[in-house]
Design a protein around this ligand. Structure first.
Ligand code: NAP
Length: 265
């Protein structure tokens, strides 16, 4: 029986990159998305094809659900329960940037509320629900070689980097960062490890509108590893966790940022 991962926001970008890397190592997948069903179906088909090319057979099913809405989160969890009967890995990846970048002296409450609902409230309560299910499963499948459940949350370098033209995003990612230590401590007695991934500047739809700005900053030496990150870079970090390669680490924040977080002279 394959292990099962639920990835939020996996139709495009980083979530898609994570889905493909997990498919290659034999994970069955719940590919969540909010709006773009064609993109989600394509990701599912690509996951199945990539798995096959790696000698694996996996199932990859899509499920539309807005993670900021409690009824949608319930439907997403019910879908995973019904279709796969188990859950080995939750990846809280879905997240949004402000529709318009605005100075913190001007930015409005509507954008703040939207970002907090999708970037913080959604993953917080989805993690609560999935963690309860994982604990339930550990009663039947004792933690060990058979069942080593894990939770990964994708935050951002914006959790600690101030951008005054998108304060709402920074505040939401800083808040999201606390999810990992909280659940790591609470779930350790149940054998559930919890990790945060902090991507740097990754080439996706989210950053396409500021491509020229970041091209210039990267060319000027913003990051020690001097290139854009890719969804595959993040996917490989999640795949390392998914393969139990960090068994004695929990509550850990892993930077996937080309060294952006380093201070140097
Ligand atoms: P993206 O290309 O804009 O993709 C966003 C994904 O999230 C899509 O699959 C989208 O689904 C889904 N989504 C959006 N709102 C949702 C909701 N309410 N419920 C469920 N799914 C929702 O973004 P990305 O660049 O891959 O970013 C993914 C994560 O990485 C985000 O949390 C982001 O903050 C974080 N991150 C990104 C970067 C970067 O440089 N790109 C850097 C650091 C951190 P639809 O296709 O249906 O719209």
């Amino acid at each position: 029986m394959n292990p099962v991962a639920l990835i939020t926001g996996a139709s495009r970008g980083i979530g898609r990159g994570i889905a493909i890397e997990l498919a290659k190592i034999g994970y069955d997948l719940v590919i969540n998305y909010a709006r773009a069903s064609e993109a989600a179906e394509k990701t599912a088909a690509d996951c199945i094809a990539e798995a096959k090319a790696s000698g694996k057979t996996v199932r990859a099913l899509t499920c539309r659900a807005d993670i900021s809405l409690s009824e949608d989160r319930q439907r997403l969890v019910d879908f995973a329960r019904r279709e796969f009967l188990r859950i080995d890995l939750l990846v809280n990846n879905a997240g949004v940037a402000p529709t318009v970048r605005a100075d913190i002296l001007e930015a409005g409450e509507q954008s703040f509320d939207r970002l907090m609902a999708i970037n913080v409230k959604g993953p917080y309560f989805l993690t609560q629900q999935i963690a309860r299910w994982m604990i339930e499963l550990t009663q039947r499948l004792p933690p060990g070689p058979e069942y080593r459940p894990k939770i990964v949350t994708v935050s951002s370098i914006s959790a600690y980097t101030a951008s005054t033209n998108r304060g709402d995003y920074c505040v939401s990612k800083a808040a999201l960062s606390m999810l990992t230590p909280l659940f790591a401590i609470r779930l350790a007695p149940h054998g559930i490890n919890v990790y945060e991934i902090r991507p740097g500047i990754i080439a996706t739809d989210m950053t396409s509108g500021v491509k020229e700005k970041y091209d210039k900053l990267i060319a000027e030496g913003l990051t020690p590893i001097n290139r854009w990150g890719t969804p595959q870079d993040v996917g490989r970090a999640v795949a390392a966790i998914a393969q139990n390669l960090l068994p004695f680490s929990t509550g850990e924040a892993i930077n996937v940022d080309g060294g952006f977080h380093l201070r140097w002279l």
